[in-house]
Design a protein around this ligand. Structure first.
Ligand code: EPU
Length: 337
């Protein structure tokens, strides 16, 4: 290990590097603020390699083996524009929310519904972050990534990323194989406010929405129901909203008229996991040092010195109760190390 770069250290505490704030330690951690550093890391770092951004969708084990690569690449710029759109690039280590607010301040709207989502720009495509009727894929143009096998650079198109609901190729076939360095966005010049989500329209009232006003409404909505990771450890929604057949949704709705059902373009139906969890009695309920949040049952929160085993125990308890009551298998949203 003597040849590891100076930006690497042994036995690093990860508690402050991910938003669930679990007790966790990495055997090795290397900070990357220049892509040129990767070659040295690849030559000498203990395997496996794991890439860390803002840690906002992560459940790390108490003891993480191998090497964590902490992406701290910075920079953002307008790469070009044409009659139809602005093309804006940001390095992977930029804070997502700050980047969104910067694009709005420059007069390049389009990302305002994704305000206040914790995490970094580089992590955003991995799970195709989304909120209030908008997903990252709607503004995504391309990304650059370095291979963790040989350090080679590759550009991914939207098709290659295979975006889905909270999903992309980086969670599937290409999981663990790439370090995303930069993301390029295409922000159309014909802007339209997207206010399909009920709360936003209500918050904006009669005013003609500007991109900034939409961003403010999104931030107010988020603050009203989602816990701030700076105050209480959490990783946002802990489960996916389950997508089921139209028949299964209709059957469930017949037995549970209050169940929120969102028809999908492919004919299937998305169900509100938060509702299922609340009905199963878990809203605001704790198991050991963790619990489901009192204002939003889909968010798992860390009330004290929890570690990944506490999170796993609560996850299994919630999954079992929801499965027993509704016959639905909830799938966790975060990545587990
Ligand atoms: N609901 C309850 N009880 C609860 C929570 C929700 O009954 O405790 C029901 C309500 O009927 C509510 C419905 O569920 O109308 C939907 O809840 P909400 O609008 O809060 O959204 P969500 O489906 O729980 C999803 C995303 C969020 C995103 C919001 C807004 C997923 C897994 N989560 O949550 O994304 O901010 O919509 O678009 O798709 C995240 O992924 O980390 C995240 C926070």
């Amino acid at each position: 290990m003597s040849s590891l770069p100076a930006s690497c250290a042994a036995s690093v505490d990860l508690t402050g590097m991910h938003t669930l704030a679990l007790a966790a330690r990495a055997a090795w951690l290397c900070r990357l603020d220049d892509v040129a550093q990767l070659a040295d890391v690849l030559a000498s770092a203990p395997r496996p390699l794991r890439v860390l951004g803002g840690g906002s969708n992560l459940v790390p084990a108490a003891s993480v083996d191998g090497t964590v690569l902490k992406v701290e690449l910075k920079g953002r710029a307008l790469l070009g524009e044409d009659e139809y759109a602005w093309y804006v690039a940001a390095a992977a280590g930029e804070n997502w929310h700050d980047f969104v607010q910067w694009t709005l301040a420059q007069g390049w709207p389009g990302l305002e519904n994704l305000s206040l989502i914790p995490g970094t720009v580089g992590a955003a495509p991995i799970q195709n972050i989304g909120a209030y009727g908008v997903e990252l894929k709607d503004s995504f143009h391309a990304l650059s990534a370095l291979s963790l096998e040989d350090g080679s650079l590759c550009v991914f198109t939207p098709e290659q990323c295979a975006f889905g609901y909270r999903d992309s190729v980086f969670k599937r076939a290409e999981a663990g194989r790439w370090l995303i360095t930069e993301v390029l966005f295409r922000l159309p010049k014909t802007w339209q406010a997207r206010l399909d989500y009920g709360d936003l329209r209500a918050r904006l009232g009669e005013q003609t929405p500007t991109p900034q006003a939409v961003a403010e409404a999104v931030m107010a909505t988020r603050r009203s129901k989602l816990p701030d990771p700076a105050e209480i450890g959490n990783a946002g929604s802990f489960f996916h909203n389950p997508v089921v057949s139209a028949e299964q949704a209709a059957d469930l709705k017949a037995g549970h008229p209050g169940l929120p059902v969102y028809p999908q373009p492919d004919g299937r139906a998305k169900l509100a996991a938060g509702w299922l969890i609340e009905q199963a009695g878990w809203k605001g309920r704790r198991l050991g040092p963790v619990g489901m949040y009192e204002k939003q049952a889909l968010v798992l929160v860390n009330h004290g010195a929890a570690d990944a085993s506490d999170v796993a125990a609560l996850m299994h308890a919630v999954q079992a109760d929801v499965a027993e009551r509704f016959g639905i298998a909830l799938q966790p949203e975060p990545v587990w190390w």
